[in-house]
Design a protein around this ligand. Structure first.
Ligand code: AMP
Ligand code: ZN
Ligand code: FE
Ligand code: FE
Length: 277
């Protein structure tokens, strides 16, 4: 088990566990530092706030925000953000509203395929940042797909019949927003999304607008990619982060909280870098 897992999704976005269940799991596993990084929402942070000052585990306020870069989707993780920063709170609620509209459009597309699901069929808590995994799980439950992967492959992935584009903010706007909320912006899972794009070129360009770190450790990264991103982070003086990107035991299969992340030394470096910012 690793010291820190800094990429976990809760029920406030498309994860299976509530923030307190995540906290309990981390404590049971002996993980010393966690960050819940929901897609486009910091609602989970308000539930965790009473524990921010405790040291076991250390909880870093986090977020994962989807952005647009030259027709590509780029995810940034944001750590140590001020969860009461007004521009951040307002932008995130605008993005979540757009997600609701897109969710309804996906349901309409599915209807055309004779798949009848209703918005109320989705078991989710209020104010959630709704995403395709919510629909995928329902498609599996109702027997339209045999697995989450299959639901994406048949219906929900880009290019598939029920795919609907989602509103995203521009990467420059996101980096500025994170910096102004006192956060450390980190390029998420560079190997997963940016195939075909030069990671070094992206890092160089994003750094100009406020990028401060690279997620080096992620379940989708091969050992070769880990060492490549590690070296790039060093070269450009960026912090190194890592996490499991845990969503749920059904979606992720072998991924679990604390299986990917940071050791104690790298976690200390990140915490120190934040203190000195
Ligand atoms: P959304 O935020 O609605 O665009 O959904 C994105 C989320 O869906 C990602 O964070 C993943 O958790 C999940 N996802 C995307 N593509 C796939 C896939 N092919 N198979 C399983 N899950 C996926
Ligand atoms: Zn997700
Ligand atoms: Fe992501
Ligand atoms: Fe994620």
């Amino acid at each position: 088990m690793l010291y820190a897992d800094l990429h976990i999704h809760s029920t406030f976005s498309d994860g299976e566990l509530t923030p307190s269940e995540i906290l309990n799991t981390a404590m049971l596993k002996g993980i010393k530092c966690i960050s819940i990084t929901d897609h486009d929402t910091i609602m989970s942070q308000y539930q965790l706030e009473p524990y921010f000052c405790e040291s076991n585990p250390i909880i870093i306020p986090g977020l994962e925000i989807s952005t647009e870069y030259c027709d590509c989707e780029i995810h940034f993780l944001a750590y140590f953000i001020d969860i009461y920063n007004q521009p951040l709170v307002e932008t995130l609620s605008r993005i979540r509203e757009a997600r609701v509209g897109r969710f309804k459009d996906i349901i309409k597309e599915l209807y055309k395929l004779d798949i009848h699901i209703l918005p109320d069929d989705i078991d989710k808590q209020e104010d959630v940042s709704i995403g395709r995994p919510h629909i995928a799980r329902l498609l599996v439950q109702k027997g339209y797909a045999c697995s989450i992967k299959e639901a994406f492959h048949q219906f929900l992935a880009k290019g598939k019949p029920a795919y609907v584009e989602r509103y995203k903010i521009n990467y420059k706007e996101a980096l500025k927003l994170i910096a102004e909320a006192g956060g450390v912006a980190v390029l998420a899972h560079p190997a997963e999304v940016y195939k075909g794009l030069s990671t070094e070129k992206l890092i160089k360009e994003f750094k100009v607008y406020g990028l401060r770190g690279v997620e080096v450790f992620h379940p989708s990264h091969s050992n070769m990619e880990i060492s490549k991103f590690y070296n790039l982070a060093k070269k450009y003086d960026l912090v190194i982060t890592g996490g499991s990107d845990f969503h749920s035991s059904i979606d992720n299969g072998t991924v679990s909280i604390g299986l990917t992340g940071l050791n104690e030394t790298l976690t200390d470096k990140l915490l120190r870098r934040n203190r000195n910012k």
